[in-house]
Design a protein around this ligand. Structure first.
Ligand SMILES: Cc1cc2nc3c(=O)[nH]c(=O)nc-3n(C[C@H](O)[C@H](O)[C@H](O)COP(=O)(O)OP(=O)(O)OC[C@H]3O[C@@H](n4cnc5c(N)ncnc54)[C@H](O)[C@@H]3O)c2cc1C
Length: 481
């Protein structure tokens, strides 16, 4: 087995891992980063959307969590992590939620109520976060008008984007400020930075309270694998909300609360308008209806052939006629900040974790409330029919039919919810004895957590800016010591 030594080992190259690498390298340290996925940033760019889907997304797309109703979630598995496939919406957590998180400890109170904002500024400057002009984009404008028609608060969403010329639903011209376009690109020229893509950490080996070895598996582009033994001084665990606790459990670390996680359950509504929208040729809507925040938010989703295909497949008989109406379709969503928590579990002989998620009745009520409100607003701005992500649903043409369905509790089991936001699987809220602030775990002195797993609970907004801020805080705190 090949053996390699390093000072700082970072496992995972996403929003958290890249932020940690940046600070360590800026401080003059040597860093080895391993990433399970491939590097698609330069000559390895996927030639088609399908290659991108299968290569850059874990499991080739959406992964189902076991539970009721169905919730599927998406994760990246590539160099740069989720930032390579996401929409780059940058948001700060609302003050009311920061105050909740600040109540965890005195140190957290100062951090979440004050200090976090300097980290947010760093993120926003590093990623060129700005509000794009969407005055000519129907897909965006419909959402804005829908909110205004009801007298609701509508906000513009800043995005990590600069000089985008393609104006596609997902930027493909390099304007999006993913990690491979920003922090990783900047640091790859540093001789103290080594990266091993296609290398998955399989197990941390402990001696007393220290990780002394990490056993990883490297895959070649031809598909063969070989084991590597890495001997690090310090490990930053940045494998994302699902895989950080999974790796700890696979390594024999387990305690109550580990792997308990949240997501933002989201119901999509495909809207058919009488006038053309041309959503597939426009950027993602850059407004959100924030009237019911922090518990409920309405926004716009990307419209791509794959997304439409999934929506049609939910009830092909009732929806297939829409395939001749592509220019008249738009996609919006109802997203909640839930009370429910899911659980990540690992089993000895299974390489992947078991993820379960049950939506509690309060959360289904909130989704039903939001669906009725958003549907009403969409009808008021010219939608002729709405097709929610509910199994075998025939669609709505009037607000009355929405109201009837939303009172039908049996229909709630048929919701096809999804989430692209996952967090809190190593939250101090779930075990303050073992999960300490600043990403530390009681009894393990050289492992620091720095990714979505560290968020105390669901933020109610897009999480990347907060994940990067907390990762930066954790690495700074470690270096101070
Ligand atoms: C489609 C989509 C759209 C999104 N849109 C937005 C948005 O607009 N704004 C926003 O704020 N957020 C958005 N998000 C969420 C955001 O991208 C994630 O919250 C964020 O990237 C998570 O950062 P992370 O560091 O926790 O994990 P990730 O970015 O997922 O990085 C973890 C990395 O670790 C690697 N890894 C896992 N296990 C191992 C292992 N054992 N060994 C080695 N490597 C490993 C993974 O392959 C992955 O690359 C979106 C997400 C998706 C999927």
């Amino acid at each position: 087995m090949k053996t390699t030594k390093c000072d700082y080992l970072i496992i995972g190259s996403g929003a958290g891992g890249s932020s940690v690498a940046d600070y360590l390298l800026e401080s003059g340290f040597s860093v080895l980063m391993i990433e399970e996925g491939d590097d698609y940033s330069s000559d390895n760019v996927p030639e088609s959307a399908l290659d991108g889907m299968t290569g850059m997304w874990r499991g080739g797309g959406l992964t189902p969590a076991f539970g009721s109703p169905t919730v599927t979630y998406a994760e990246a598995r590539c160099f740069g992590g989720g930032t390579e496939i996401n929409s780059g919406i940058m948001q700060r957590v609302p003050a009311s939620i920061l105050a909740e998180w600040g109540a965890i400890s005195d140190e957290d109170q100062d951090f979440y109520n004050n200090k976090i904002h300097s980290h947010y500024e760093w993120v926003e400057n590093t990623l060129n976060a700005n509000v794009l002009d969407s005055s000519q984009d129907q897909h965006s404008q419909i959402l804005k008008h829908a909110g205004e028609s009801q007298g609701w608060r509508v906000e513009s969403l800043p995005r990590a984007m600069t000089g985008c010329s393609c104006k596609q639903p997902l930027c493909v011209c390099g304007g999006k400020q993913a990690m491979t376009a920003t922090l990783l690109k900047k640091n790859l020229i540093n001789k103290k930075f080594s990266v091993l893509p296609r290398t998955r950490a399989k197990k941390l080996i402990f001696k007393n309270s220290l990780v002394t070895e990490v056993i990883a598996e490297e895959s070649s582009s031809q598909g063969s694998t070989s084991k590597i033994r890495i001997l690090p001084t310090t490990v930053f665990l940045c494998a994302g909300t699902i895989h950080t606790p999974h790796l700890l459990m696979k390594s024999g670390v387990n305690f109550p609360g580990l792997g308990r996680f949240q997501l933002h359950p989201t119901l999509k509504i495909l809207a058919h308008f009488k006038d053309p929208v041309n959503a597939a040729r426009q950027p993602l809507p850059n407004y959100a209806i924030t009237e019911f925040m922090p518990d409920l938010r309405f926004g716009g989703s990307v419209v791509t052939p794959g997304v439409l295909g999934m929506a049609f497949a939910e009830n092909w008989d009732a929806r297939s006629y829409l395939k001749d109406q592509l220019d008249y379709l738009a996609s919006y969503y109802v997203m909640i900040r839930p009370k429910s928590w899911g659980q990540i579990r690992s089993f000895k002989f299974a390489a992947d974790p078991l993820v379960t998620y049950m939506l509690d009745s309060q959360d289904s009520e909130l989704i039903a409330f939001g669906t009725e409100k958003l549907s009403n607003a969409l009808f008021s701005v010219g939608a002729v029919s709405l097709h929610p992500s509910i199994k075998n649903h025939g669609g709505w043409e009037t607000i009355n039919s929405v109201k009837v369905d939303m009172l039908n509790k049996k229909l709630r089991d048929k919701l096809n919810l999804m989430s692209i936001h996952l967090f809190g699987s190593c939250s101090p809220l779930n075990n303050p004895t073992f999960l300490l602030n600043n990403g530390r775990i009681k009894g393990i002195s050289n492992v620091i957590l720095a990714d979505g797993s560290c968020l105390p609970s669901a933020p109610g907004v897009n999480p990347q800016a907060t994940i990067m801020s907390l990762a930066r805080r954790n690495v700074i705190k470690y270096c101070e010591k």
